[in-house]
Design a binder for this molecule. Structure first.
Ligand SMILES: C[S@@+](CC[C@H](N)C(=O)[O-])C[C@H]1O[C@@H](n2cnc3c(N)ncnc32)[C@H](O)[C@@H]1O
Length: 197
């Protein structure tokens, strides 16, 4: 599978990969931002063109697909099954629950394919990172967690001002750069250790 691009839903592809076969997983998944993202095409002259194509829809609702995924997790034998059932108890069939169910099914597969010496970087933002952290802890074990990486703005600008009803934000929550990545290393790759730990 060296130098191969697999196009499509990763939940269709991952089960075809052997266990313990992947060194590095980086995922920049949907964040549950409730937005649609379009691809913007440039005109032949380089300017903006009218044409856009919807790249992906980042809003999640509970339905047959979420339900199927939920039962897939429950029958997976993963320790995440119990956690997902507990989350569903209080989140019910909410949009967030649909999102977390979709993520859990895929993270279980990623754990299966990741080598014991491999690393996983999960890029997310504050919308769901606290839920994703407990799901990752359950699947990978809390001891596998190494770092949280926060993208800090390169200048002192923050958006706190008189009358603001929130603390000033000095880390970037721009959805392109995003703000939080959780890093799981099992154990740390020696080559990456000095830079990241
Ligand atoms: C936040 S975007 C990241 C985009 C990319 N990293 C970039 O910076 O342009 C999330 C991406 O995940 C892809 N995606 C969503 N669900 C997926 C799935 N089930 N399997 C594979 N990719 C998926 C979307 O198509 C989208 O491109």
């Amino acid at each position: 599978m060296t130098n191969m691009l697999y196009f499509g839903d990763n939940l269709d592809w991952l089960p075809r990969f052997e266990a313990d076969s992947v060194d590095l997983i980086y995922l920049d998944p949907p964040f549950n931002s409730k937005a649609s993202y379009n691809l913007l095409y440039k005109s032949p002259e380089g300017g903006p063109a009218e044409a856009q194509s919807q790249a992906f829809e980042d809003s999640w609702t509970w339905g047959p697909a979420a339900n199927l995924c939920y039962h897939r997790v429950l029958n997976s034998g993963s320790p995440a099954a119990e956690l997902l059932a507990a989350l569903r108890n209080f989140m019910r069939e909410s949009d967030m629950m649909a999102y977390l169910t979709m993520m859990t099914a895929r993270l279980i597969e990623m754990h299966r394919v990741l080598k014991p010496t491999g690393s996983l970087y999960l890029h997310c933002d504050s919308t769901a990172c606290h839920y994703l952290k407990i799901i990752l802890d359950r699947i990978f074990g809390p001891r596998a967690f190494r770092n949280e990486i926060v993208w800090k703005r390169s200048h002192a600008h923050n958006d706190g001002k008189q009358g603001a009803r929130h603390f000033g934000r000095v880390t970037d929550s721009n959805p392109v750069l995003c703000e939080v990545a959780a890093l799981y290393l099992e154990p740390a790759l020696p080559a990456l250790r000095p830079a990241l730990c």
